[in-house]
Each structure stands twice: as structure tokens, then as C-alpha cells.
Design a protein around this ligand. Structure first.
Ligand SMILES: CC(C)(COP(=O)(O)OP(=O)(O)OC[C@H]1O[C@@H](n2cnc3c(N)ncnc32)[C@H](O)[C@@H]1OP(=O)(O)O)[C@@H](O)C(=O)NCCC(=O)NCCS
Length: 139
């Protein structure tokens, strides 16, 4: 695929329709329509500490959000890449950019079984579903 992916770490207010579409593509959101729910689908992102998104032109092709105190502990949440854009390095790039924002932090992620190998490649270790990268001050 010939494309240039642009990463954005400034916009938390991701377009609800595109975010919902992305979540549906990986089976995280149902096809049921609830106008109030759909219109507020990005509220978790808006209220997060950091959001990284990946764009192919106007098309949202990946996103991740972080809850963090910015120094000690940071949690990765809702990392998703459009299936048509997976295995191109987009997921790893977004994780790398998150960590670069708060490099001293202890990083945690609750990984689905199928994603553990991916997070290991991003530097996370651990078991029982919770993977982490030690921080400067705590682990
Ligand atoms: C998991 C996910 C975010 C990975 O994103 P991606 O952009 O496809 O991954 P990348 O291309 O950056 O992969 C980086 C490396 O991890 C590997 N990898 C990717 N997905 C993997 C997986 N599920 N298991 C093991 N390794 C994986 C790649 O082969 C690549 O390895 P390499 O360095 O040897 O080439 C993506 O598959 C996805 O959105 N899945 C559905 C949602 C999901 O499960 N999110 C995680 C929530 S816990």
C-alpha cells in the first residue's frame, strides 16, 4: 500500500463517526445505533491525558489514548489500528510516541491475549494480562 501516515498528538476531539467506525472494524463496538451514545463516542478520548491518532489523508486509521500523571504512572488504553492498515508499523509508532511524551513513567497496559506478542515487541513485559515497562521512579 502506498501511503503517508500522519501522526497527531494534539487532537483529543477525534471525529465520533470515524472513531466509532474504527472500533466497529475490530469488534469493539456493536452495529446497534444509539444516537446519544454515538454522538458522544469520543468522550473518553476528550477526557484523557493524551491521545495519539494516525491519519491517511482525512481518514482516521488508528488511535490510542493515555491516562497519566505524566511522571509516575501511565496507562495505555484503546489502542486500535484499522484492519486494512495493520502490520505496517502504525501501532508500534503510536505506542512509541506515547512513551516519548512521558519517558520517566512506569507504563501499564491491560493486554488482550492476542495482543501480548505485539506489546512484547513494544518493550512491555509481564503476565496475567497486565504488561508493563518500568519507570524511573517506580515499577
Ligand atoms: C494490536 C494492534 C494495535 C497492532 O497494531 P499494528 O499496527 O498492526 O502493529 P505493528 O505493525 O506496529 O506491529 C509491530 C510488530 O508487532 C507485530 N505484531 C502486530 N500485531 C501482533 C499481534 N497481534 N501479536 C503478535 N505480534 C504482533 C508485528 O508483526 C510487528 O513485528 P515486527 O517488528 O517483527 O515486524 C492491531 O492489530 C489492532 O488494532 N488490533 C485490534 C485491536 C487490539 O487488539 N488492540 C490491542 C488492545 S489490548
Amino acid at each position: 500500500m502506498n501511503m503517508k501516515i500522519i501522526y497527531d498528538d494534539t487532537q483529543k476531539d477525534l471525529p465520533c463517526d470515524q472513531l466509532l467506525h474504527l472500533f466497529k472494524e475490530v469488534g469493539w463496538a456493536s452495529g446497534d445505533s444509539n444516537p446519544e451514545h454515538d454522538a458522544n463516542f469520543n468522550i473518553g478520548h476528550k477526557n484523557s491525558t493524551l491521545v495519539i491518532s494516525a491519519w491517511d489523508g482525512e481518514r482516521l486509521v488508528g488511535s490510542v489514548r493515555v491516562l497519566s500523571d505524566t511522571v509516575f504512572r501511565s496507562y495505555l488504553l484503546d489502542l486500535v489500528v484499522d484492519p486494512k492498515y495493520q502490520n505496517l508499523g502504525i501501532g508500534r509508532e503510536m505506542v512509541k510516541r506515547c512513551i516519548a511524551h512521558y519517558p520517566d513513567s512506569h507504563w501499564l497496559v491491560g493486554a488482550a491475549d492476542g495482543a501480548v506478542g505485539f506489546y512484547n515487541k513494544c518493550g512491555f513485559t509481564g503476565s496475567n494480562g497486565y504488561l508493563s515497562i518500568p519507570g524511573k521512579y517506580c515499577s
